[in-house]
Every structure is written in C-alpha cells, then in structure tokens.
Design a protein around this ligand. Structure first.
Ligand code: RIB
Length: 299
C-alpha cells in the first residue's frame, strides 16, 4: 500500500432535497408524499466521502454558497475527515438537487448548479506523482479540463466519471487514465450518435484508441466491465443488494475505486471493491448515508 497517495476530488457539492414517492411523476403530473429529507449530496462530494470511507486520505475541492446550506452540504465530509481547505465560499445559493425516489429505489434528479458554477481549479493544491485526481461533469468543464492538464503535468493520475454525460475531445481523452461511465455516458463521451447502433465494446475500444488509459463501464445490476489495452474485456458481476435508493451508487463506486487504486490495488481488484461498496450504498436512503446505517462494520 502506498501510504502517501491521496485522492483529490474536484467537483460538485450539493444539498439533496429528497422526496420518497410511491412512483415517479410523469410530465405535468403532481405527486403527493409525506416523506422528505434534506441530505448532503453532489457527485463530487459523494465521491470524496466514498473515498474517505474506503480509507483514502481525501481532499475535496469545490465551492458552496452563502445561503446557509454549506454546513449541511459538508457535514458528512467533515465527519469522515475529508480535507475541506480547498472548498471555497461564494456569494449566492449553494448547489441543490431536487430528487424523487420511488418505491423500487429508482430516481429522478434535477440539479440547480448554484455555487458549483464558481468552482475553480485555482483552489486545487499541488498534486504529487502518487495522487489520484477524481472529477465528474457537474461543474464548469473548462475548469475540469484544466485540472486534468495540471494533474497530469504534475505527474498525478486522473479518474474522470463522465456523469452527467458529456462529449470528450481527443485532447480531453488523452488526459484521462481511468474513465468511468454507464452505457449512455459512454456513447456520449465517445462522440457516437445515440441513435446509431454501436456496441459498448466498440465505444470503449474507440476511447482506448483515442488515448484513454482504461475504461470502466458500469452496468447497474449487471456489475461492471473493464477495458484495458488489448486485453479482453473483464466483466465483474454485481453484488446482490436489497435496493432502497440508487441515488449516489455510481458516485460511491467511483470514490471506492479511487481509494482502492490509491491503496495500490490493481484495477481489476479495485473494480470489484467498488462494486461491493456501491451495492451497500444502494440499500439505504440518500447519497451520503451515515456510517451507522450502512450496517457494514468496515465502513
Ligand atoms: O449522483 C447523485 C447526485 O447527483 C446527488 O447527490 C445529487 O446531488 C446530484 O448531483
């Protein structure tokens, strides 16, 4: 294990306004419920929390607003020991996500960016050669792309989770050591027409040819697939879970994978570790479940 490796997450920090509903509303429809919670969230923050809970020395870089929501948004990160010195405070609202979760654990999410739009890579500390920078797509892409270039220039490695979906340029692809995407995000990242029938296998191989170091394709209940170099695809089956809320499961996967890589695990083992952790997170409400509710002593 490399004790000096850190996980540096640059990304979004939100408060999630979660309504539990029997079923998700259709367009123009109003649904009533009595079950509501305000919970910490944001893809970046969720990933940082997962990295810390999986044992990584973790720093979060991003921004919260002056609306009083910052302490709620940062509460779990703080208690997990995540370094928050690179989280800036800006005038105006914090990032908010309005989330409906149905009885089967499926969700609908609307994100209001707020302070996340002011997150800048100027907040990032100097990275070392053994560090892992983790990014997603909920903050300004120009800042994220600059962060990738800086990290690679400093000898660090880059894990990019292309969520929400975003098309990557050839230059972007060349900066990414590990790309994590679901099937829809993979298609968008590779720049293929969504309507055109191209297999995930071809899309992942196209990304590798374009310079991405490795592609991890997340497949929900079917697990994950790893594409690396010319090696045959490695499929890692999902871990059984009693799903209550899938919100943040992908983020938990990303953070756990980063922590495993920072701890020196090989990528195939890190994917298996991430699968196990994501399954546990699906069993409870919210993207940043308090450790006691995970009911898994190791977390
Ligand atoms: O991936 C789940 C996250 O997406 C939620 O926590 C919400 O804040 C949105 O960013």
């Amino acid at each position: 294990m490399n004790a000096k490796s850190r996980v540096i997450v640059f990304g979004s920090i939100n408060v999630d306004l979660v309504a539990e509903v029997d079923r998700l509303p259709g367009p123009g429809e109003t649904i009533k419920t009595t079950r509501y919670s305000a919970l910490p969230g944001g893809k970046g923050a969720n990933q940082a929390l997962a990295a810390a809970r999986n044992g990584a020395v973790t720093l979060m870089a991003g921004a919260v607003g002056s609306d009083g929501q910052g302490p709620t948004a940062l509460a779990q990160l703080r208690s997990a020991g995540v370094d928050l010195t690179a989280v800036g405070g800006v005038e105006g609202p914090s990032g908010l996500a309005m989330i409906a979760v149905d009885a089967g654990g499926e969700n609908q999410i609307i994100v209001v960016s707020g302070a996340n739009d002011a997150a800048t890579c100027a907040h990032l500390p100097e990275l070392g050669q053994s560090d892992w920078l983790v990014t997603q797509n909920e903050i300004n892409w120009t800042e994220t792309a600059q962060a990738h270039q800086r990290a690679r220039g400093q000898g660090a490695s880059v894990i990019h989770n292309t969520a929400p979906a975003h098309r990557l340029s050839a230059q972007d692809m060349a900066q990414i050591n590990v790309l994590i995407a679901n099937e829809h995000e993979l298609t968008q990242a590779a720049g293929f027409e969504v309507a055109r029938a191209v297999s995930p296998d071809e899309e992942a191989r196209a990304l590798l040819t374009a310079g991405v170091g490795a592609v991890v394709l997340t497949l929900g209940a079917k697990g994950a697939a790893l594409y690396q170099g010319d090696e045959p695809v490695l499929t890692v089956p999902a871990v059984a879970a009693e799903v209550r809320d899938t919100t943040g499961a992908g983020d938990a996967f990303v953070g756990a994978l980063a922590a495993a890589l920072a701890a020196g695990e090989a990528l195939p083992d890190a994917v298996a570790t991430a699968n196990r952790y994501a399954a546990r997170v699906c069993e409870v409400l919210g993207a940043q479940t308090p450790p006691a509710l995970l009911q898994t002593p190791e977390f």
